[in-house]
Design a protein around this ligand. Sequence first.
Ligand code: NAD
Ligand code: ZN
Length: 375
Amino acid sequence: MSDLRININQALERIDSRQRTAQPWNDMHTEASESMSFQRGMARGMESMLSEASQVFILTDENVAPFWLPEVAYWLHCDSATDIVIKAGEQYKNLQTVQRIWKTLMKHHADRNALLINLGGGVITDLGGFAASTYKRGIKFINVPTTLLAMVDAAIGGKTGIDFGGAKNQLGTFAEAEEVRIKPVFLTTLPERELRSGLAEMLKYGFIADSKLLEINLENYQDFILRCDEIKREIVKQDPTEKGLRKILNFGHTIGHIIESHCLTTDYPLLHGETVALGICAALWISVQQCGLDEKVLQTFENQLPMLLSEAEIRLSDADIESILTYLVHDKKNKGDKPQFVLLEAVGKPVWDVDVKPEIVKQSLLYIINKVSRQ
Ligand SMILES: NC(=O)c1ccc[n+]([C@@H]2O[C@H](COP(=O)([O-])OP(=O)(O)OC[C@H]3O[C@@H](n4cnc5c(N)ncnc54)[C@H](O)[C@@H]3O)[C@@H](O)[C@H]2O)c1
Ligand SMILES: [Zn+2]
């Protein structure tokens, strides 16, 4: 982790002039199509938040930093911010990294009026939100998502967290960013595999809330970012702490997370969105068996799977099923030992807290593993 003061002039020198938009941060949301901003409570504006903060820290990762850290420092019009650059990847979304963030904040004597800007994908917004919400019982943070997945999901809705004990998101808080600033220009440097991963999460909204989103593809996805955010914010508003309705946002995630946890222990980890794609397929299959979902919905999604998974190296076989199933006990939606699923009666008609027999869960895994190993 580097930990250096950014001087704006140095930052500007590091910016490739081709990339620089030469727009101050405050102008970034003048055009809805170029940038969107969601604020918590009364809109106070980024500028006043920055000027009120005793210190500003920017958390980002090693992949995002070279492209966007100087740019964002420039946009911020903030002549000194401390950057915290961590290694990229889900395997660093852990307690050790959080400790390093806390230690950096302490080393710089960050007080409760410090502000943390989380610049990155879902790993950064989850980690940064967690570190900020626990440091001195909570400092303010702003999310600036740079992946599609974080723009439509991870950065919004106030769930923060880290992986622990070998399982996903076991420690976390509900804490809302003061502001979420969405700027699609960040996607120009995102690898295409990551874009595809974000598309899976966008399709999730299609299944649970708006069938129009099922038309999303690599060409048109930017038109739908705002719609996904609207759906997520509306659901979160109705059920901020996931007592009921909010559970539908986990559609595809029960099986998705256990595959993700299993694959993290192998040499072929899959991206979050890729495992969500597999999880959606399993949830649709179970929904056909158990909730009367029209089989055509499953078949249509299966036609999209190759597009979502084209760059994923999937090395799953029937022999992995027992290992994958061991992660089911950690699912936070479980009632006791019983896994609870979000399923569909029809597109736009999700049901949650559904018991699924272990045998059916196993069969759904067999189904998707056979499906992807034939692709
Ligand atoms: N809190 C929530 O509600 C919520 C919701 C969904 C997902 N999540 C979490 O989000 C995480 C996945 O997020 P993700 O897919 O954004 O992963 P990520 O943060 O690991 O980012 C993916 C990769 O893209 C790189 N990257 C990011 N932005 C880039 C850019 N603009 N240009 C070039 N490279 C860039 C990153 O360095 C990383 O290597 C998971 O940990 C998941 O659990 C949280
Ligand atoms: Zn997700």
